[in-house]
Design a protein around this ligand. Structure first.
Ligand code: SAM
Length: 435
């Protein structure tokens, strides 16, 4: 990249960031609480794709305070998401059929179905059952399916999903066998072998990972994930795990605490937060989410952004703690390699991520799997086992050794979907196929 291009890209990134972190970008305070945190996570993930926006530098550099919230949002959307937005028509009927507003609404359902549409899915694994919205739709769209395996390490999600999958199997007239497990997806290989060791040879035709939390988890204040509801400092997605957010806050070494707030929360004010948290240990430590939120407020009040300022910081700190408690990033990286190994020739792995740290891991791991050190040079034709002409959702691919990345750029939700499910706004879908 030339020095001029770098300067232009930096300026564009700064301008978009300025717009994004303007308090008026955030949803109004009367928004349903459960929507606020994901909207803010969306803001964090937007910032990762900024460098793509050089062409709009001039437009964005206008420091025009009179620009309305609506046009600001529209501008950001057009700059950041123009290249990645799904062009699949949003199907509101399926959205209602497979989504359950009390538990969870599957994100980018049409896009996920599209990924597997051309495949004969004799075998399928859903690594993240949640409320089984994606799974139910995929099973129903593939009557040829004979073996289905679903995993989730959250007992509430597993129970709910199991009931749904069991009833689909009961009503099914085909030879479908379904198996659900209360288990971490890092055990995908041993789980498949446990069901039937012959499944690993030739392998699985389709694997889905829809990362992050389900609405059932976020909405339950007792799990400690919500910035806006008081609850215990728990944040375990697997309640059998031993480490909680409270343990980290009250007993981890100071430097480790600072590191996770900086690296997993991408929070600039991490030093101040780290010091304040350590200081509370002298008077008994932190024991509830509201105590943590109050501490964060005391570090951010007086700064820019008012209420929205502390909510953004709190969201980042909560994200950092959640990632550390559940060892999310390492688990993801290791599991992506294993999922790919489990695929049959022509099999596809689709991953939906919800924040920039996750998306970066998915992108880099996919490149590493096919031994490609760059996404440059991607094209759309001549790749093994991909019928590009008939798969309109595939825009550009990246070829390599043993597989093809079918999404040179991630796919992001359509505007119509964002309107009905604000939580989907930070979602990014990436797909890899085995040769
Ligand atoms: C976003 S939800 C999935 C929603 C689902 N696709 C649906 O349509 O209802 C993510 C789920 O993945 C689960 N999960 C996250 N990390 C996991 C892991 N390492 N192993 C197993 N399940 C995991 C969470 O407990 C949560 O229920």
């Amino acid at each position: 990249m030339s020095p001029q291009a770098i300067t232009a890209a930096t300026a564009a990134a700064a301008a978009v960031k300025q717009l994004l972190f303007h308090p008026s970008f955030l949803p109004p305070l009367h928004c349903k609480r459960r929507h606020i945190s994901s909207s803010i996570l969306t803001v964090a993930s937007y910032s990762t794709t900024l460098s793509a926006s050089t062409r709009n530098t001039k437009k964005l550099n206008r420091k025009d305070n009179s620009i309305s919230v609506t046009s600001r949002r529209a501008l950001i959307d057009s700059v950041v998401k123009k290249r990645t937005r799904s062009d699949i028509k949003f199907d509101e009927e399926s959205f209602r059929q497979f989504g359950d507003t009390d538990s969870h609404i599957p994100v980018m359902l049409g896009e996920v179905l599209g990924v597997f549409d051309s495949r004969k899915l004799i075998t399928f694994v859903d690594c993240t059952l949640g409320a089984a919205g994606h799974s139910s739709a995929i099973i129903q769209s593939h009557p040829e399916m004979q073996s289905y395996i679903g995993l989730d390490f959250d007992p509430v999600a597993h129970e709910k999903a199991k009931a749904k999958i069991d009833s689909i199997q009961k009503d099914s007239t085909s030879n479908l066998k379904t198996h659900t497990f209360l288990r971490n997806f890092k055990n995908i290989k041993s789980t498949i072998s446990e069901v039937d060791e012959h499944l690993l040879n030739p392998g699985i035709d389709g694997i889905l990972m829809d990362l992050g939390m389900s609405s059932m988890q976020v909405n339950n204040s007792k799990r400690g994930f919500s910035v806006l509801c008081d609850g215990p400092l728990d944040m375990r997605m697997d309640p059998q795990a031993s480490l909680t957010a409270e343990d980290i806050l009250n007993s981890w070494p100071e430097s480790e605490l600072g590191r996770i707030i900086r690296d997993y929360g991408e929070e600039n004010n991490w030093r101040t937060l780290q010091k304040k948290i350590i200081k509370t240990r002298l008077s008994g430590g932190l024991h509830s989410t509201s105590e943590l939120v109050n501490l964060i407020r005391s570090c951010t009040s007086g700064g820019k952004g008012g209420r929205q300022g502390w909510i953004k910081t709190a969201t980042r700190v909560f994200q950092a703690l959640r990632i550390a408690v559940n060892d999310e990033l390492k688990t993801l990286e290791v599991s992506l390699y294993d999922c790919f190994k489990c695929l049959a020739p022509g099999g596809r792995l689709a991953v939906i991520s919800f924040h920039s740290l996750e998306d970066r891991i998915v992108k880099q791991t996919f490149l590493d799997i096919i031994k490609s050190d760059s996404v440059d040079g991607g094209g759309s034709r001549g790749f093994k086992n991909v019928d590009f002409e008939n798969e309109k959702w595939i825009k550009q691919m990246v070829g390599g050794v043993g597989g093809t990345i079918l999404t040179k750029r991630p796919i992001t939700p359509s505007q119509d979907e964002e309107k009905v499910n604000v939580r989907c706004r930070s979602a990014k879908l990436r797909v890899i196929q085995k040769d």
